[in-house]
Design a protein around this ligand. Structure first.
Ligand code: PGA
Length: 250
């Protein structure tokens, strides 16, 4: 881990109904403890629960983010879509963009770039996901793919320090498969170097995502340059999520 703030971002994906919100109680209590002050706990529920989450998050030291947005800004005739302005109005402060589950159903680098710009206009803090597929890994294209995703996703964006990059190898999401620690270290180092050199980010933040759970966290936290974790499946279980936070910050 780095010495900075450590992010624990819960991506609830297409899971949630109102009563699930009770699962936050223990996390809220934990977030108030001095020991966990440096934990940046961010819950990203579906749009339908954003307002409720924002309300409840005020009882503790946790933040709330959306999982996506539409690329057009403001309001308008776009049936079924949600803009960054609407997200901002819920009180959420973060947004996940470029997740592989959105890329596989149509989000390309150009669309993601528009979404990033719209989020910056609304001053939302961005969790920008990148990562190679299994096929790309086998073809030894990982560095090329992630560089491309960064360069095109962040086109014409300079010095917006409220971007966290989530390195998520697609083949690791929800599969239980994982890169070795040194492989994650090398990718994070590569990403941070691009962010410093090409985009003049003073303090690039890069987290890891893909099958993080309460069993493998003791090993993952040994990675020296990782700024936290994006957690899908394991974040739905409050006790497992707390376990991850506790084992990381001891
Ligand atoms: P997972 O999901 O932890 O269930 O692998 C991570 C993600 O999709 O962000």
């Amino acid at each position: 881990m780095t010495n900075n703030k450590i992010y624990f971002i819960a991506n609830w994906k297409m899971n949630a109904y109102s009563s699930l919100i009770n699962r936050l109680n223990k996390v809220i209590n934990l977030s108030k403890k001095k020991k966990f002050k440096k934990a940046g706990i961010i819950y990203c529920p579906p749009f339908t629960l954003l307002e409720q989450f924002v309300k409840i998050s005020k009882r503790g030291n946790i933040d709330v983010g959306a999982q996506d947005c539409f690329y057009e800004s403001g309001f308008g005739p776009y049936t079924g879509n949600v803009s960054t302005k609407m997200i901002k109005l819920t009180g959420a402060r973060y947004i996940i963009l470029g997740h592989s589950e959105k890329r596989t159903i149509g989000d390309n680098n150009n669309i993601i770039n528009k979404k990033i710009k719209s989020s910056i206009n609304e001053k939302l803090k961005i969790i920008f996901c990148i990562g190679e597929s299994y096929k790309e890994k086998k073809q030894k294209k990982t560095y090329q793919v992630i560089k491309n995703q960064i360069i095109h996703g962040l086109k014409n964006i300079k010095k917006y320090n409220d971007i966290i990059i989530a390195y998520e190898p697609v083949w690791s999401i929800g599969t239980g498969l994982m890169p070795k620690n040194y492989e994650i270290f090398q990718k994070i180092d590569f990403i941070k170097t691009i962010l410093r050199k090409k985009f003049k980010f003073n303090t690039p933040k890069v987290i890891y995502g893909g099958s993080v759970n309460s069993k493998n966290i003791n090993n993952l936290k040994k990675i020296k340059n990782v700024d936290g974790f994006l957690i899908g499946g394991a974040s739905l279980n409050q006790n497992k999520f707390i376990d991850i936070v506790k084992k990381t910050i001891i």
